[in-house]
Design a protein around this ligand. Structure first.
Ligand code: NAI
Length: 371
C-alpha cells in the first residue's frame, strides 16, 4: 500500500530539514508519495496569499502532512500561517514529546516528557485590537471554551492511558485568571475523575517552570492551554537537548500534521548547519500514525545510534557549551545521510533504549507515540 502525504517544506531551514526527513523516509522503504505545497512568503510571491486554498485542500484530502517551519513576521505583516493552519483544519491537539537522547546536548540525561497543548484558541485566537488611535494601549482576548478544554483534556488522558504514562499534570494560572484559568481547571478536575487509574495533579505555570528546571524527571505528561504550551514545549525541548531534536505532531479528529517544535531559524538558512533530527523524529511520529511501527522504530533507533556514536552530529550536539565531549561538527545533510544509512541495518532485536541510556542499553522502554 502506498501513502500520499502533503509536504510543506516551509521557510528558512525548512527546506533543508524536510529534505533530510524525505531521505530518511526513503530509507525505510515505506512507499510515500509526497504532494508538495507552499505556504507563507513563498505562497504570497506565487499566488498572493500566505495560505492558499490548495494547501488546505491537499491536507484535507490526504489527511496526513509533514511540515517544515514557517516564518511569521514579528509585529506587523500577515497573521501566523501556523496558527491559521491549526484553526482552519481544527488541529486542536499539539503533542510535543521531549526525550533526551543518549544523554547528549543536555544537562538532564533522563528527560522523558510530553507536552499536550491546546492549539486552536486561548491567546492565539487572533482577537486583538488597539484601544486608542495613538496605539498607546492594546488588548488581546484569551478565548477559552469548555468544548476545547474537554477535547484537549480527553486527548491527554487517552494518550496517557494508551502510552502508559504515569502522571498527567494540568498547567494553568487559575489563581490570577479567575474565569479562563478556572474554566480550564474545573474541566481538568472533572476529566481526571473519569480516569481514576491515572495519577493527576495541577501546577501553576510559574511554579511549573521552576519545577521542570529543578527536577524534570518527576514529571511525565503536561497538559495546558495554547500560550503556556508554546512556552513549556520550548522549555522541555531545551531540557532534553535543544530545539534541534524536538519533534511535534498536531491532531484533529480526521487530520494529523507533523512538524518540529523549532521555527525557521533564518540565521541558519542555506548553511546546512541545522540539526535535521527534530524533523526526522516528526517523520517517526508520522510513520507511527500510519501504523508503520517497524519503520518508525528503525528511524528512532538510527537517530539514537547516530547521536550516541557522535561521529556525524551537527553543531548543537558537537560543540563546547552544548556537550561535555566536543567533536568537530558535521553538516545537517551529512547527519541525515548517516541516519538514513543506518535505518535499514539497525538491530531491533534488543529493546529500544530509554532516555539517557547509552546506545545498546537493554533497559526496556517503549518510546512509542502511537496515536
Ligand atoms: P527558531 O526555533 O527558529 O530558532 C531559535 C534558535 O534555536 C536558533 O537560532 C537556533 O539557535 C536554534 N535552532 C532552531 N532550530 C534548530 C535546528 N534544527 N538545529 C539547530 N539549532 C536550531 O525560533 P525563532 O528564531 O524564535 O523563530 C524564527 C521564525 O520561525 C519566526 O518567524 C517564528 O515565527 C517562526 N516559528 C515557526 C514555527 C513553526 O512553523 N511551527 C515554530 C516556531 C517559530
Amino acid at each position: 500500500m502506498s501513502y500520499t502525504v502533503t509536504l510543506l517544506p516551509g521557510d528558512g531551514i525548512g527546506p533543508e530539514v524536510t529534505a533530510a526527513a524525505q531521505l530518511v523516509a526513503e530509507a525505510t522503504g515505506v512507499p510515500i508519495r509526497w504532494e508538495v505545497v507552499e505556504a507563507g512568503q513563498k505562497a504570497i510571491d506565487s499566488s498572493g496569499t500566505p495560505l492558499p486554498e490548495a494547501v488546505l485542500e491537499s491536507i484535507r484530502k490526504n489527511r496526513v502532512a509533514l511540515k517544515g517551519p514557517l516564518t511569521t513576521p514579528i509585529g506587523g505583516g500577515f497573521r501566523s500561517v501556523n496558527v491559521a493552519l491549526r484553526q482552519q483544519l481544527d488541529l486542536y491537539a499539539s503533542l510535543r514529546p521531549a526525550r533526551s537522547i543518549a544523554g547528549e546536548g543536555t544537562r538532564y540525561p533522563d528527560v522523558d516528557l510530553v507536552v499536550v497543548r491546546e492549539a486552536t484558541e486561548g491567546l492565539y485566537s487572533g482577537v486583538e485590537h488597539w484601544v486608542d488611535r495613538e496605539h498607546s494601549a492594546a488588548e488581546t482576548v484569551n478565548v477559552i471554551t469548555r468544548k476545547a478544554c474537554d477535547r484537549i483534556l480527553r486527548f491527554a488522558f487517552e494518550f496517557a492511558g494508551r502510552e502508559k504514562r504515569r502522571r498527567v499534570t494540568a498547567v494553568h494560572k487559575a489563581n490570577i485568571m479567575k474565569t479562563t484559568g478556572a474554566l480550564f481547571q474545573s474541566a481538568f478536575q472533572e476529566m481526571a475523575g473519569r480516569y481514576p487509574g491515572i495519577r493527576s495533579d495541577e501546577r501553576l505555570i510559574d511554579n511549573m517552570c521552576m519545577q521542570l528546571v529543578k527536577k524534570p524527571e518527576e514529571y511525565d505528561l503536561l497538559v495546558t492551554t495554547n500560550l503556556f504550551g508554546d512556552i513549556l514545549s520550548d522549555l522541555c525541548a531545551g531540557l532534553a537537548g535543544g530545539l534541534g531534536i524536538a519533534p511535534g505532531a498536531l491532531f484533529g479528529d480526521q487530520i494529523a500534521m507533523f512538524e518540529p517544535v523549532h521555527g525557521s531559524a533564518p540565521r541558519y538558512a542555506g548553511q546546512d548547519r541545522a540539526n535535521p533530527v527534530a524533523e526526522i523524529l516528526s517523520l517517526e511520529l508520522l510513520l507511527r500514525h500510519l501504523g508503520e511501527r517497524e519503520a518508525a522504530d528503525r528511524v528512532f533507533r538510527a537517530v539514537w545510534e547516530t547521536i550516541a556514536e557522535k561521529k556525524v552530529v551537527t553543531y548543537d550536539l558537537a560543540l563546547p557549551g552544548y556537550t561535555a565531549r566536543p567533536v568537530p561538527p558535521s553538516t545537517g545533510s551529512a547527519m541525515a545521510r548517516e541516519i538514513a544509512r543506518k535505518v535499514p541495518i539497525v538491530d531491533l532485536s534488543t529493546p529500544l533504549p530509554r532516555p539517557g541510556a547509552g546506545a545498546g542499553t537493554s533497559a526496556p522502554v517503549d518510546p512509542n507515540l502511537e496515536t
